[in-house]
Design a protein around this ligand. Sequence first.
Ligand SMILES: [Fe+2]
Length: 277
Amino acid sequence: MTDQNPRPAGRPNLSSEASSGQTPKASRQTPQSSGKPPKRSGQLYFRQLLSGRDFAVGDQLARQMVNFAYLVGDIDTGEAVVIDPAYDPQGILDILAADGMKLTAALATHFHPDHVGGDMMGWSVVGIRELLELTQVPVVVQREEADLVTKTTGVTRSHLKECSSGDVISVGNINIELIHTPGHTPGSQCFLVDNRLLAGDTLFLEGCGRTDLPGGDPKAMYESLTTRLAHVPDQAVLFPGHLYSHEPSATLGHTRQHNYVFAPRTPDQWLAMFGGG
Ligand SMILES: [Fe+2]
């Protein structure tokens, strides 16, 4: 099973090559100086982790699904959040501990078990429910996804922090903007932090998330890609929810130019190609 929207007929399939096998390093960035007294903005901690390679090693499903989990935090305060901690919460906590970071929240791009764990369509995946048995942190979801997350994972609503588009989650002095991008699921969300867009299954380097699963909506996906994400600059770097392309990240500018989901110029054209009707 894949979370990727099928490529329209007549276009070559370029998807899914093996990853490099290299373990990504935490990136440490110093805020740029502008001549004025610097506004305190935190020192970014950022890791992109591939399932089956960087965590959940030896888990065949994790390896097959090529999910990305992300760690985002503030090196100065030692606080971090995890985005989509499926398959191996203990392994993810171990990575944070080895980096000297402490988990303060889990953020969910959407309710599918390969991102948050739980049971769906015959799968049983470890995720946020097991994470909360290890450490008590809020789970940040879009309001529209809250019911689906509770149903899929068994986590009660009291553990969720239900947010809206435009809300900002702070981790130390690092700010993460939440952008509601329905289409793959009703409450899918992307995270914008330090000019990086963590897009879950809304947008991949090649293709976008499927819209034919329960809760999927092709019209909403078009609006999300072209309108709700329009304020994310071309210089921002796209970090997707799966490794469905050779490279694990690319700029939004490159993606908007080369990803076939941006080829249609009108909603009707888009629906004709991706609407399934
Ligand atoms: Fe998904």
